[in-house]
Design a binder for this molecule. Structure first.
Ligand SMILES: Cc1cc2nc3c(=O)[nH]c(=O)nc-3n(C[C@H](O)[C@H](O)[C@H](O)COP(=O)(O)OP(=O)(O)OC[C@H]3O[C@@H](n4cnc5c(N)ncnc54)[C@H](O)[C@@H]3O)c2cc1C
Length: 467
């Protein structure tokens, strides 16, 4: 088959949230030409195949691309996010990324988009519909596939499933035609929590849910990450509490004890020490609802699902053919193990990764900005030092330390600081910048932040070297 040959400044593989945030900022900040390639039919990456009842777990105000608002800036009036700012649903996120592509990127005349195309490396991609290969001659290659999310609808579970077992990814739950006798939710990450919450919201009794929880996790209260001045005291007060808790910690366990006592982290069961931290963000109402589920199985991961028995790493439990098993076992942590640490900028290859904790899209936008305005590779990598994705409870230390170091580096560069403040994906700097110096309550919080940040960094270094 004939090879097409195209030329561009930036070849971007992956049109998920990271690739889109990167391309959008490059359109605003440069005159560069771009080609975007993705195997999905629409932009938005994993959101194309997310479960129907998915929502963001952080406010919409912090998600999407820099040039287009996603949030309605309305607080939920009902439901488990009541009183907190809106969380876009999956369909809203998909429609949003489609709008970004159709209304911003393509009309710029500088972006060519190839959906349904598999990137094969070395500038070559192949159309999934017509089978044609295209070679792209590029100045820079952007690998926005690195954080590709492993989702239940697409992954192969890491356990065997015998014939006759009732089993489905949580995506299929809304297609149920009749109630099974009971449910087994496999997986305790955010997806597992969402499956449990959905079942409870649809009226399933907590006792009809058995929750397989290989690891307990530390979670972040959503009440403390809100994008409006009325939440200033809770959002920044929480940040100050966090720095104080870290600064005073004797060791890792003591750090978590202090963080929990200050309300900065929560856990499902206060008698069990969590070993996982994926930065799942949860409201108090959601946490209380989940705690109604008492039938929790802590025997490690599932190894095999038989008709009458579930085999786990540390034991086995009974099941039955009229019990529905829900797969929530997909997780980025399974793919993370294969990821070698990588600088964001390496010659003409750019690998967008998180440079601020919990903020992948801000990171994608920031990396594009740095590429557009800085030339020295060492400086660029210093500004975009990778903040490692957390998996275990220990990872909180490395992640928070790297994020605080980046924050300090950025604060030394006036132009960059101003750009960050104006970027809608940042959300927080605007709030602190606008504080009236006579507002004693807010100034007191900012002082606590300023005083405790260096102490927290010192302690995190100490903890990190002991891990
Ligand atoms: C349930 C859930 C809720 C979330 N909520 C939030 C939130 O509230 N706030 C927040 O900031 N983040 C949230 N996230 C994270 C965020 O949505 C993204 O997952 C994260 O930004 C990573 O996006 P990505 O673009 O790197 O990955 P993906 O979305 O996986 O995109 C990567 C893209 O690359 C494509 N690709 C990979 N390899 C190839 C190839 N060889 N050829 C062609 N295409 C390829 C994939 O098909 C995919 O479209 C959430 C994630 C999940 C799963």
């Amino acid at each position: 088959m004939r090879d097409d040959v195209l030329e561009t400044d930036y070849l971007i593989a992956g049109a998920g949230a990271m690739g889109m945030a990167f391309a959008d900022t490059l359109v605003s900040e440069t005159k560069a030409d771009m080609i975007m390639v993705d195997r999905h039919a629409k932009p938005g990456g994993h959101w194309n195949v997310a479960y129907p009842f998915v929502r963001l777990h952080q406010p919409s105000a912090f998600f999407g691309v820099a040039s287009r608002e996603l949030s309605r800036f309305e607080k939920d009036q009902v439901g488990m996010n009541k009183g907190l700012y809106d969380l876009a649903s999956g369909p809203e996120v998909n429609a949003y990324f489609d709008d970004v592509m159709q209304q911003t990127l393509l009309p710029s005349g500088r972006v060519r988009y190839f959906p349904m195309s598999e990137y094969r490396g070395d500038g070559v991609f192949k159309s999934i519909t017509n089978g044609r290969e295209t070679t792209v001659k590029y100045k820079k290659f952007v690998d926005a596939t690195r954080l590709t999310v492993d989702v239940p609808a697409e992954h192969t579970p890491a356990f065997t499933i015998a014939d006759g077992v009732k089993f489905m990814p949580l995506n299929n739950l809304p297609n149920l035609k009749e109630a099974p006798r009971a449910f087994v939710v496999i997986g305790s990450g955010k997806t597992g929590m969402d499956a449990c919450l959905w079942l409870l919201e649809t009226g399933v009794e907590p006792d009809a849910i058995r929750w397989i929880m290989p690891r307990d996790s530390w979670m972040l209260p959503r009440e403390f990450a809100q994008p409006a001045p009325e939440f200033f005291a809770s959002t920044f007060g929480n940040q100050a509490n966090q720095f104080e808790a870290i600064a005073g910690a004797a060791d890792l366990d003591d750090m978590y004890a202090r963080l929990e006592a200050a309300g900065c982290v929560v856990r499902f069961d206060e008698t069990i020490k969590p070993t996982m931290f994926h930065a799942a963000t949860i409201s108090q109402a959601e946490l209380q609802a989940l705690r109604r589920i008492k039938n929790v199985v802590r025997m490690g991961r599932v190894t095999a699902l038989e008709r009458d028995c579930i085999f786990l790493e540390d034991g086995e439990i009974e099941t039955a053919p009229d019990i529905l098993h829900i797969d929530c076992s997909a997780s980025l942590s399974r793919t993370m193990k294969t990821m070698e640490p990588k600088p964001v900028f390496d010659g003409n290859i750019i690998t967008p990764q998180t440079v601020r904790s919990f903020m992948p899209v801000f990171s994608g936008s920031m990396i594009a900005y740095v590429d557009a305005h800085y030339t020295d590779e060492e400086e660029k990598n210093k500004l975009c030092s990778v903040v490692p994705l957390p998996n275990t409870a220990e990872d909180f230390v490395h992640m928070t330390l790297a994020a605080m170091m980046n924050q300090f580096t950025w604060s030394q560069d006036d132009t960059l600081r101003r750009w960050i403040r104006e970027n809608r994906l940042d959300g927080f700097s605007k709030l602190t910048h606008g504080v009236d110096r006579d507002d004693q309550e807010k100034m007191a919080i900012l002082m606590r932040l300023r005083d405790n940040a260096p102490k927290a960094v010192g302690k995190l270094m100490e903890l990190a070297s002991a891990l």
